[in-house]
Write a protein that binds this ligand. Sequence first.
Ligand code: NAP
Length: 277
Amino acid sequence: MRYLTLPDGERIPALGLGTWMMGEQGSRGPDIIAALCHGLGLGMSLIDTAEMYGNGGAEELVGKTIAGRRDQVFLVSKVLPQNATRKGAVLACEKSLKRLHTDRIDLYLLHWRGNVPLTETIEAFVTLRQAGKIRHWGVSNFDLADMEELWALPEGKECASNQVLYNPGRRGVEFDLLPALRKRGLPMMAYSPLEQGRLLGKKALKELAQQRGVTSAQIAIAWVLRQDGVMTIPKAARASHLDENLAALDLKLSSEELALLDAAFPPPRKKIALALL
Ligand code: NAP
């Protein structure tokens, strides 16, 4: 495993496990738990979940997955913006902890920015941290202007990460957000590195994958992880996908290969508003 460092020096894996679309009604719990256990066994010990996923169903499956090995896992969960009030975030976190069958979340994120003032949400995060219910807090889907507003607040500097959409087809963050996060020493957590699978059929990825004897998914993951300060959390419910994704850590793309991908997926030349999935 490769590691990144949070602002306080704690190391977290560069490749973790996503859980969106896991735990929805009708999804096969035992298969999902088996897949997540397989990922943990491979060293992908960061699990990303949220109260929103499957209406708590994903957190319940994660809780079953980490039972008996909580200390080996770096657990990330998220509060919905409408719950992110001073009292609401504390309550939402307590409910998440129950579903996760644990006493602490390692990184608790505001899922996206809503109408609740940031100061209120941060107050709740600080209360939760002081009570030992969360260890770090951060945000998700925050564009640069949101981050600047956050950093201007007294406790804003304690934000540990920003989780955003980033993959070869979604490069807007490279223009301004990623450099700003890097300057502050905040890891960027890239979600939907495969654009939920929609990227995999793209010609440039397929051709390069064929040349290198790997898969499009591995090219996309290696591309996302090519730069410092970026980690990612692909969701994979199949063991073979998890094995492939792990192997992408060893895949180094040459400057010629990166130039080929730049031609197919051009880097931003101006500000592009952050997209959400
Ligand atoms: P993703 O990781 O880009 O793609 C997941 C899809 O790719 C699944 O259908 C999966 O199939 C497939 N896949 C995984 N590895 C593969 C491989 N090696 N070869 C072929 N297909 C592969 O999409 P995502 O789930 O949207 O994003 C990842 C995680 O980020 C989420 O699960 C969630 O935890 C987080 N997220 C956060 C936000 C936010 O607002 N903060 C938004 C979206 C996502 P199988 O499942 O069949 O293996």
